[in-house]
Design a protein around this ligand. Sequence first.
Ligand code: ADP
Length: 405
Amino acid sequence: MGAYSPIGSSPALTLGQYASMVPKDQPPVVGMIGGGQLSRMTAEAATALGIGFRVLAERPDDPAAQVVRDTRIGSHLDADAVLEFATGCDVITFDHEQVPAKILERLIERGISVRPGPSALLHAQDKAHMRAALTALGVPCPAWSTCSRVEEVASFGDEHGWPVVLKATRGGYDGKGVWVVSDIAGATRALATGQGRGTEWLVEEHIAFARELSAQVARSPQGQAVAYPVVQTRQMNGICAEVIAPAPSLSDEHAVRAQEMALRIAGDLGVVGMLAVELFDTGDELFVNELAMRPHNSGHWTIEGAVTSQFENHLRAVLDLPLGDPRARAPHAVMVNILGGDVDDLYSAYRHVFARDPELKVHLYGKAVRPGRKVGHVTLLGDDADDLLARGRHAADYFTGNIDE
Ligand code: ADP
């Protein structure tokens, strides 16, 4: 390309030099790696904010790829595809935690912002790394150890009591890679599932929790942070099924403790964006189970239920903008996931569920229905959590075909 000489300037500048001198009149572009439903819902927030939003999706029919015009198709494991995708974005962020650190470091070497950065993200990628870091911070976790042989699991079980929980340190989600084992035979079977794949294992004390909670915070690079109300989650077969916000009858003391823990973890691990801290509540104590450094299923209620949704605050955080108010708009919000069932045509439920409950809010992700797969969710706001839960379950069951009236 030839040199470009704006009137009155001398000497001549290349186009690139000139471009870097003129004030940027375009809003920033956020690039999100992963084209799932989290990306699709972040796109809605990006649209409202009028910012650029680019998605790296594996397939053209991924939930976000269906709706985001600036979608690139490629694998998050392909370093060249990720670099090409990221070039021209102002910041790169994620809808899942599976991008290898090496690929992200390469982006950073090229001057591209990655938020959260690879060293923070490692705590959400590797459960053993997470446990070691949280233990060093003095955050309460189940007793744990890394292990590779059944004898190690046996001696851990003899010391801490059976059953124990065996977890693949990497690559698990929605309970895949998590095994509750009651004896040596169970441990042998679980470890055998990783054979030949180089799986590394974590063995944990089984916590007899009364319920599971999630504490979400957003944190920006300059260190501003906001905490959402602590919610109760219910998992079925390792998959989040329902969320109640705020967690019913959680004492102020425990709610504040959970929020403080999440804020501290975000600050100490250098998280930027949304952080979800999944917790076990035994009634007396709170233990950290897991960390997620992205928008999270436990925060879908915030779209309608909070002043600022988790998706908007994730974008604000990665762009280092002031964060939005995380407070709830109603005394209670309930979110129920629509898990794939017998009915393929989810749209066919709309006439019935909308007629039955005009307050119901529905989000469908554009996914093909497969048994147990998260294909959408419903949200309700109001005063009575039990009533909201009954109505939310009814709607979700109608979508999946479990009930027909
Ligand atoms: P994933 O990363 O696949 O979501 P998690 O570590 O969150 O896996 O575990 C999935 C589910 O297994 C948890 O939500 C919880 O219900 C159960 N679980 C995990 N760890 C323990 C534990 N130490 N004690 C009791 N239950 C556990």
